[in-house]
Design a protein around this ligand. Structure first.
Ligand SMILES: NC(=O)c1ccc[n+]([C@@H]2O[C@H](COP(=O)([O-])OP(=O)(O)OC[C@H]3O[C@@H](n4cnc5c(N)ncnc54)[C@H](OP(=O)(O)O)[C@@H]3O)[C@@H](O)[C@H]2O)c1
Length: 277
């Protein structure tokens, strides 16, 4: 697996990770109907090097974290990188600490990267960010970051911190949603942070894109692989496509270890330039 060095973390992370939205359930609602298959897919992904896994306390009301915990058991702990997130209704200090403890318990281990899932609306941002620092001080997480934050909010979040720093931003970034391309993406690169790109396949629709499929044919690659490879070219960007089955997982992993030519990368960039963000 191709890897990317992230300065603020001080180590290399896989160039492609795995999302888990829908694995183990939906919005605060667990679904146990495919537990065995889901764990198998996650384990296979780790074996193939996509050992960065993104989950959240909200996904399946914690069941997604339980499945991630089951999937990573048996692998050397330092070889996997687990991201989880606290929902903004738990943004008060005591709630953040409680949520982090519960997440670590469900995962069966410490959290590598703990994020605030969305900017809190009724709690001062500094209260939440300082609580994230406490999560690290208590040994529940190694690093902290933010999700769904624009540039100004990222800076505001960082200004609250005295012991830790934001090491990663997790935002939506795909060929069809490029609002961060000239702002948050280069900022993370400059600052040595990771940019975790969510919904990189636009929930699957880019995998069916005929133009990307035609470009991919030249390389023996599929539309999904081209869409992910376009993102991987940004040095700080780590896309986290969600695959619910082995076929999708293995296809997505074929997005790494090669590069679109400069010409094709630019041509794709131009083609999607005017589509709505
Ligand atoms: N921080 C946030 O606020 C936030 C928000 C949204 C998502 N996320 C994270 O980002 C991850 C990825 O985003 P996402 O799940 O919204 O969207 P996505 O990864 O862009 O797309 C996932 C969808 O695409 C399908 N798919 C995956 N690989 C495919 C392939 N090779 N060919 C055809 N279809 C394919 C999946 O189907 P199958 O399930 O059938 O494989 C699923 O329906 C999430 O799982 C979650 O971990 C974070």
């Amino acid at each position: 697996m191709e890897r990317k060095y992230i300065r603020k973390i001080g180590k290399e992370l896989p160039a492609l990770g795995m999302g888990t939205w829908g694995i183990g359930g939906g919005f605060w609602t667990p679904d146990r109907s495919r537990d065995g298959e889901w764990v198998l897919v996650l384990r296979r992904g780790i074996e193939l090097g996509a050992s960065l896994i993104d989950t959240a306390e909200m996904y399946g009301g914690g069941h997604s974290e339980e499945l991630v915990g089951e999937a990573i058991r048996g692998f050397p702990r330092e070889e996997v990188f687990v991201i989880t997130k606290v929902w903004p209704t738990h943004a008060r200090r005591d709630d953040v600490l409680r949520s982090a403890e519960a997440s670590a318990r469900r995962l069966g281990t410490y959290i590598d990267l703990y994020l605030i899932h969305w900017p809190p609306t009724d709690v001062p941002l500094c209260e939440t960010m300082r609580a994230l620092e406490e999560v690290v001080a208590r040994g529940l997480a190694r690093f902290i970051g933010v999700s769904n934050f624009g540039l100004e909010l990222i800076e505001e979040a960082r200004s609250c911190l005295s012991r830790e720093d934001v090491v990663a931003v997790e935002n939506k970034f795909s060929l069809l949603d490029r609002r961060d391309e000239k702002t948050v993406v280069p900022y993370t690169e400059r600052e040595g942070m990771a940019y975790i790109a969510y919904s990189p396949l636009e929930e699957g629709s880019l995998a069916r894109d005929p133009f990307l499929a035609a470009v991919g044919a030249k390389y023996g690659k599929t539309a999904a692989q081209v869409a992910l490879n376009w993102l991987i070219r940004f040095p700080s960007v780590i896309p986290i496509p969600k695959a619910g089955n082995l076929r999708h997982l293995e296809e997505n992993l074929g997005a790494v270890g090669w590069r679109l030519s400069d010409e094709d990368w630019r041509m794709i960039s131009e083609k999607y330039r005017w589509l709505p963000a």
